[in-house]
Design a protein around this ligand. Structure first.
Ligand code: ADP
Ligand code: ASP
Ligand code: MG
Length: 453
């Protein structure tokens, strides 16, 4: 049994869904379980229209609902023509659009939005796509069956970034999905969405369909997890920024995990953990280029000094200075307890004799954090920073990576530098607008032909 996940562009129009069906058909003998994202752009549109409605702009929000409806109806028309159950599926999807419109109206009346209601709207992207894809697969002769992911992916009630409950997921996957697979049926589920024990809809956070795939893979003891997307695999940098980025045929779990955490959007950062726990290889493939060998993520990929460069922007830097306190026992603990209390994770840390600096990528609780941190010392906040990470399992073994990286960055203003204790991640914090140039400079240093690795 394998889990096969298709991202938004891989099911974004009728042709793409046909290509996805071909992929699934080609894996029929391996008993695929399919996970799909929302059609590309739909989740962003849903989140935007929910916000818009809550600000009282109902007409604009309803226009977006109609845009979503039209797009899905068009795909139904093309893919389900002549299928006996096609009209029912189209009607079901249309009814979901009516439901989105009702939710938008309710939000406009209330005049405000909560994380819970955002999830209630956002879930429709995957609800619609999974239903449509199931029916389109049937039209291509695949015995597919839709399974509502909210009945399988049990999560906490931490809306917008819910934490999965692996034991409950395993029980439900064994009860509901495994029997389908045993009878030769291809279950199709929407990624990204889940529900609490009591059935309230949640989501796993943006890009979370990859995570759904690995949660299901681990729950079902899959042989492989395949992530089908719009690039040939994991590359040495984001190809949208570095045009000559190269394919990485094999990469280790820990490196892939670091890259995902530091901005390589091709994989959701949480995808690796469930796969690692069960030792399940994760593959990344291109739906437009299915014969390309892709990337294989496992424990035993070859060690390289530098494997890839990743970056993420919109990072906030917080510096706490407490000249008299820093060396006192328990000071750092007090600082990190405050971040924990506000459920804010910290990415890069550096300390000096008199200060500690950290970066946050989620600054939504910054105001409360600053109030508490001020009890410990002077606090300064710098926004619009970016983290650029150089990842490679041999960085720690080689002494020259840091020097080469800083030389390559030349005049770029570097605010923080940090080498992870495991020696696989060297991060620098730069100004937001310098992020892409920094990536290109570092990529040229470590990956141009003939450069030492
Ligand atoms: P999907 O909708 O299939 O989940 P995403 O947009 O989430 O696709 O992820 C694929 C995108 O990730 C690529 O188009 C690419 O721009 C970006 N990306 C960022 N870093 C990398 C990297 N190191 N290797 C490959 N793709 C990357
Ligand atoms: N549809 C969701 C998003 O756009 C989840 C995903 O695509 O993985 O964030
Ligand atoms: Mg994605």
């Amino acid at each position: 049994m394998i889990v096969v996940k298709f991202g938004g562009t891989s099911i974004g129009d009728a042709d793409a869904i046909r290509r996805a069906a071909d992929v699934v058909a080609s894996r029929a003998r391996r008993s695929p379980v399919v996970v799909v994202s929302a059609a590309s752009g739909t989740t962003s549109e849903l989140l935007a229209l929910a916000e818009q409605a809550s600000r009282g702009h109902l007409i604009g929000a309803l226009r977006s609902v109609e845009h979503i409806r039209e797009r899905h109806m068009q795909m139904c028309d093309t893919l389900l023509r002549g299928i006996p159950t096609g009209p029912d599926t189209a009607a079901e999807i249309a009814a979901m659009c009516d439901e989105i419109a009702s939710l938008a109206e309710a939000l406009a009346t209330l005049g405000h939005i909560t994380p819970r209601s955002l999830d209630a709207v956002a879930c429709f992207g995957e609800q619609m796509s999974s239903l449509l894809v199931t029916e389109a697969f049937r039209a291509r002769g695949i015995t597919a069956q839709h399974v509502d992911a909210r009945e399988i992916i049990v999560t906490s009630d931490h809306f917008n970034a819910a934490e999965p409950r692996p034991d409950a997921i395993t029980d439900r996957a064994r009860d509901r999905i495994a029997p389908l697979v045993r009878s030769g049926i291809v279950p199709v589920l929407g990624g990204y969405i889940g529900a609490t024990e009591s059935g309230i809809t949640t989501t796993l956070g943006r890009g979370g369909s990859d995570y759904t795939a690995s949660l299901l893979g681990a729950a079902l003891g899959a042989e492989d997890i395949e992530i089908w997307t719009d690039v040939d695999g994991m590359l040495t940098a984001d190809p949208r920024v570095v045009s000559n980025a190269r394919l990485i045929p094999q990469i280790r779990f820990d490196e892939a995990s670091e890259l995902a955490s530091f901005g390589a959007k091709v994989l959701h950062p949480n995808t690796i953990a469930p796969a690692v726990r069960r030792g399940i290889p994760v593959y990344i493939y291109n739906t437009r280029n299915p014969l390309e060998s892709g990337t294989r993520i496992t424990f035993d990929a070859p060690r390289r000094a530098v494997t890839a460069i990743a970056a993420k922007g919109d990072v906030t830097m917080v510096k706490v200075s407490a000249p008299r306190m820093l060396l006192a026992q328990g000071f750092l603990r007090s600082v990190f307890e405050i971040f924990e209390r506000h459920r804010t994770s910290v990415d890069v840390v550096s300390t000096s004799e008199v200060s500690v600096s950290v970066t946050l990528d989620d600054a939504s609780r910054l105001d409360e954090l600053v109030v508490d941190l001020r009890m410990l010392g002077d606090v300064s906040v710098e926004r619009d920073r970016a983290i650029v990470a150089i990842v490679g399992s041999g960085i720690g073994d080689r002494g020259d990576c840091m020097g080469r990286a800083l030389r390559a960055l030349g005049e770029t203003h570097v605010y923080m530098v940090s080498l992870s204790a495991t020696g696989i991640n060297l991060t620098v914090v730069v100004e937001g607008p310098s992020m892409h140039d920094a990536m290109r400079a570092l990529h040229a240093e470590f990956f141009s032909p003939g450069s030492a690795q």
